[in-house]
Design a protein around this ligand. Sequence first.
Ligand code: FAD
Length: 280
Amino acid sequence: MRSTDYARPRELREAVELRAAHPEWMLLAGGTDLMVNANHRPVPAGIIDLWRMPGAGTITATDAQVKIGAGATWFEVETHPAILATWAPLAAAAREIGALQIQARGTIGGNVGNSSPVGDSLPVLLALDAELELASVRGTRYVPYREFCTGYRKTALAADEIIATVTIPAPTKATRTTWRKVGTRRAQSISKVMGAAAIELDGGVVKSARVALGAVADRPIRIAAIESAVVGLSPEKAAEAARTALRTAIKPIDDVRSSAAYRHEVAENLVARFFSGILS
Ligand SMILES: Cc1cc2nc3c(=O)[nH]c(=O)nc-3n(C[C@H](O)[C@H](O)[C@H](O)COP(=O)(O)OP(=O)(O)OC[C@H]3O[C@@H](n4cnc5c(N)ncnc54)[C@H](O)[C@@H]3O)c2cc1C
């Protein structure tokens, strides 16, 4: 058996130096994605183990934003009082990732880094307009999450970079946020369709909206056709406009979990409910 080098950095600086020196080594956080197929993949030349790296999971909330260290687990996210109060869709998504064991080990950085089209937090990051802090020995750059996914499991992360934090601005007082996942059951269930929305109301009509869905394309996506169709409409009219706009906006896939037709119908119901349920 081939041996694998192993390093456990004690701080971000050390982690990015290791990453620069060994860009081909595997970055390991909770391992809940990586370990699933570990026996079916080539043994990595080395492992940079980020699990519980000091400071990597810190969550700092202010009135303006929450900054979540990439190493924060889903349990830490879903039980954080400020996230529960102000960024409820993220807490709701966290509660539906796997079940308790996975939530205790899986991290937000791992969900973003894995970049699966069925990653449950990803539509939330799109709808709430999150920004990623990417660190390397070259410095730090900030990338809006909407620019991060570039294809099926492809991202803008460079080979020498590490996701350091995820920052989400606080929604304005006039903005309602929502999240919904449809799977076969409430736990240990991969999404058939899931999504999130941030809807700003003004005088009883929609002023602006960000609507994002997962599991309906090769990556999590914002639905621009809905976002423009609903402006100026009451929530009830916006619900119908969203349903109509979605009809030609997505082409979900057929796979073992669901047919394309089923996914389409569920996605239409989901986006309609984002608007019709906004005042309840
Ligand atoms: C039984 C089971 C159920 C699951 N259910 C769900 C579910 O319902 N919804 C869902 O969305 N997911 C689910 N998952 C997938 C997984 O738990 C999540 O995606 C989790 O957030 C991954 O985090 P991790 O820390 O374990 O990532 P890891 O497995 O450690 O890493 C995943 C990927 O991210 C990269 N990575 C990790 N941290 C960083 C970083 N800081 N910078 C750059 N890259 C990084 C790794 O290199 C790797 O490519 C499930 C997994 C299992 C085993």
